[in-house]
Design a protein around this ligand. Structure first.
Ligand SMILES: [Cu+2]
Length: 196
């Protein structure tokens, strides 16, 4: 009897662990929020401008940010070479070189018609696994520095967005990525270099 009792306890403990894991996973990675906030096409176009202190090098696929500014980040552009892209200042998954001490306000907009996306800052570089967002549970080590909420796909001329501000006070190499399953794994990420 004791043996069966042990098996029973192990079974219950296992099921409890699965439930707790699922709950954490659900709340940590799949909370689609901010879906009520959207931009229209003309509002989106008016935001797609280069602010002072922002320089774009097409040749190096690099954006240099020397002053605190707002950057429009469009996730899932349909005209990109890959669907796993962020379009920033006309570049796809560019490197962003930021001067130390600068605060960047990222306006993140989902312009994809059929997939959710997000934009997460991390100190963890590629390669990323299928579940690149698992670091939110403390188990993956992806060291996400910002929220992992997802934006709904665009529909009826509504472009869902949220704002993320980050003060880059430490020099070093950081990354931005989409933690929707499989997206960062397939290249939906870019490098951020914070220089003195
Ligand atoms: Cu994505």
């Amino acid at each position: 009897m004791n043996k069966y009792k042990t098996i029973g306890i192990v079974g219950v403990a296992f099921l409890t662990a699965v439930l707790v894991f699922s709950a954490f996973y659900y709340y940590g990675g799949y909370n689609t929020s901010s879906s009520s906030q959207y931009l229209t096409q003309s509002q989106l176009e008016s935001l797609n401008v280069t602010g002072p202190g922002v320089y774009v090098s097409q040749a190096n696929s690099t954006i240099y940010v020397n002053n605190s500014t707002t950057l429009l980040v469009m996730a899932g552009p349909m005209n990109a070479p890959s669907m796993y892209s962020f379009e920033i200042q006309g570049l796809y998954n560019p490197t962003i070189v930021i001067k130390e001490g600068v605060t960047v306000h990222f306006t993140v907009v989902n312009i994809d018609t059929d997939s959710e996306h997000n934009f997460v800052l991390s100190s963890q570089g590629p390669p990323y696994s299928y579940m690149s967002g698992m670091g939110s549970m403390g188990s993956g080590g992806y060291n996400s520095m910002t929220s992992m909420s997802f934006l709904s796909p665009t529909n009826s001329g509504h472009f869902y967005y949220y704002n993320v501000s980050y003060s880059f006070s430490q020099t070093g190499t950081y990354w931005y990525l989409c933690t929707y399953p499989g997206h960062a794994e397939n290249g939906m990420y870019g490098k951020i270099v914070v220089e003195h």
